[in-house]
Every structure is written in structure tokens, then in C-alpha cells.
Design a protein around this ligand. Structure first.
Ligand code: SF4
Ligand code: SF4
Length: 87
């Protein structure tokens, strides 16, 4: 298909935005200093995206599905969420 045969109103492939991956929007989660180290988020995360590092916790964005179960289970409101920045 080229520009002459493409249906009227359809975008050229090169100009089309990349499709957003299926599933919930990707989030960037950070563990703030209210964390008490209770471990509830580690036990809850279904994909083991919460990891210890240097005596604190961080969330591996490459594994996180954005389900927010860790945020819901955290008793200290210690997990902050923000939309993942565009590359
Ligand atoms: S949002 Fe879900 S997948 Fe991501 S770290 Fe929290 S529990 Fe794990
Ligand atoms: S659930 Fe909250 S307080 Fe407990 S380890 Fe995770 S971030 Fe820290």
C-alpha cells in the first residue's frame, strides 16, 4: 500500500505513533524514606519487582506491571508513583 492506494484519512505508517503496549500504563515507582522495611511489598509483588539494594528498596521498572498491589499493601505510604517518562 502506498499513499495513492491508502484509504482516505489513514495516516502514513512513518507518521503513526508507536502502539502503546497492552495492559496498564507503565509507572515509575520509588520507595521513599517512610519505608520501615516491613517487607510487605516484597511478599506481595507478583513479579518480584521490588528488590533490596544498599539497605533500601527499589522497584525494577523493567519487571513492574503497574498493578499497584505494593502501594495498596504498604502500611507506611512509602511507595510513590509517577508516570514513566517517555524515552
Ligand atoms: S506495581 Fe505491582 S508489579 Fe509493580 S512493584 Fe508494585 S506490586 Fe510489583
Ligand atoms: S510495604 Fe512499604 S514500609 Fe513495608 S518494606 Fe515495602 S515500602 Fe517499606
Amino acid at each position: 500500500m502506498n499513499a495513492r492506494t491508502r484509504p482516505a484519512g489513514s495516516a502514513a505508517p512513518a507518521a503513526a505513533p508507536p502502539p502503546r503496549p497492552a495492559g496498564p500504563p507503565r509507572l515509575s515507582l520509588t520507595v521513599n524514606d517512610r519505608c520501615t522495611g516491613c517487607g510487605a511489598c516484597l511478599l506481595t509483588c507478583p513479579v518480584h519487582a521490588v528488590r533490596p539494594r544498599g539497605g533500601a528498596l527499589f522497584v525494577r521498572a523493567d519487571l513492574c506491571t503497574g498493578c499497584l498491589e505494593c502501594v495498596e499493601v504498604c502500611p507506611a505510604d512509602a511507595i510513590d508513583e509517577a508516570p514513566e517518562e517517555s524515552p
